[in-house]
Design a protein around this ligand. Sequence first.
Ligand code: XMP
Length: 510
Amino acid sequence: SVVILDFGSQFTRLIARRFRELGAYSVILPGTAALERIAQEKPQGIVLSGGPSSVYDAQAPRPAPGVMDLDLPILGLCYGMQFLAHEAGGNVKRAGKREYGKADLTRYGGQLFAGIQGEFVAWMSHSDSVTELPAGYEVVAETEDTPVTAIENPVTRRYGVQFHPEVVHTPKGGQLLANFLDICGVRRDWTAAHIVEELIADVQAQVGEEGRVLLGISGGVDSSTLALLLARAVGERLTAVFIDHGLLRLGEREQVEAALRPLGVNLVTVDARKEFLGALKGVSDPELKRKAIGREFIRAFERETAKLGHFDFLAQGTLYPDVIESAGGAHGDKSGAANIKSHHNVGGLPEDLQFKLVEPFRTLFKDEVREIAQLLGLPDHIRMRHPFPGPGLAIRCLGEVTEEKLDILKRVDDIFISGLREFGLYDDCSQALAVLTPIQSVGVMGDERTYSYTAALRAVTTDDFMTAEWARLPYDFLATMSNRIVNQVHEINRVVYDITGKPPATIEWE
Ligand code: XMP
């Protein structure tokens, strides 16, 4: 294995992820982990992550005594490289200006870059720089601004790079990390199946022989996959609760039931449609809708779990990006950002519930969860599903939500989403949805004048849902959708397609 010592970089998890993609097993430990703890992992190599510190800070974290003396290859990234150089007797200078962004290596070579050819674009984010090399080291890469961009000591097998090979902005970084694995002699046979086994073992260790686990199911890929994993780990001691708030897509509840029950998930579905409609009555402001749904969700969940006996653990499908975001790590302090939407997640639960949390996916990314989902047997239509907001169709039914409006919207949405699948366009969109607008307009059907609602279709492409482009769906497809909708849903006589990006619009209409 490779042990990654974490000195507080926002990218540490990405290092592990890259090793995983290369088929190698790695473990992240705190930067200051004791030598004995590190030895337990039987490491063949060590990575020192980046971090916000400067080697000259009194508080700068450093590896525990003995770690740097290990007869193993050590790779330092960013702060890790500065530490390596400083510790071996080199000099690190506090630069006045920060170097941030992409830089071209003007030359590179040595063991870390073996076999890499052509231009090498490196992602930089540092203010300190190594200015004097320790004895035995040589410079193996440079950029215009940073003469010492990569260093190595081939005898002691110490390597350092000032940039971040683990991020996508360093396109050939993966090859560099692969070279490090080769230097360490790490095997490359670590697969998703191993990860599933490891996650199951971890859950069993945490929950013990007796513990009962409660899980809220939303119908999305994360909670569904978690249900399958937990069913494998603790069997009947898992109870998965699925609250049908009536704001789901057509047939979604049945799909989730059909996917999970046969695979051994003890699933309780709660029909709370009436309660949610009641809570939404007379509410037309989007934020108040979200709040009402959030409150009602907690109520329904508490009501139901009170009937189910005592639980020791609450499982949550928290993913790694959620962990970074809520720590404010990835994007710094977000408190200054305007609250555009409260993004109440209906999977979110009351804060005063007295459970211990089980969060097996805390270290995983979405695509890793999807890979695991496939192994666990989750059907593709759930596994590859677009994201769906917690408040569901309530925020796509503009204005006050009523049963009639929901019923119209569900039929429109189903035609659109089924159409995308039928025409092979579903996977080209990151998210697609239908909106029921309150606009009524005049039309003509047969020889009759109509005065009915306008439905809006929206499809977007995006990497991160923070910004998005409207999907350039083929005109013929849109024409077919429009025809089907007005013919099959009599309450609709006009269909429009949303051609606004985000920003300035948001993906949802409310
Ligand atoms: P917006 O509309 O802000 O949406 O561009 C970005 C992404 O977030 C989803 N979304 C929500 N998800 N609760 C959720 O769980 C919410 O209240 C909520 N509002 C928006 C939206 O579907 C898109 O994927």
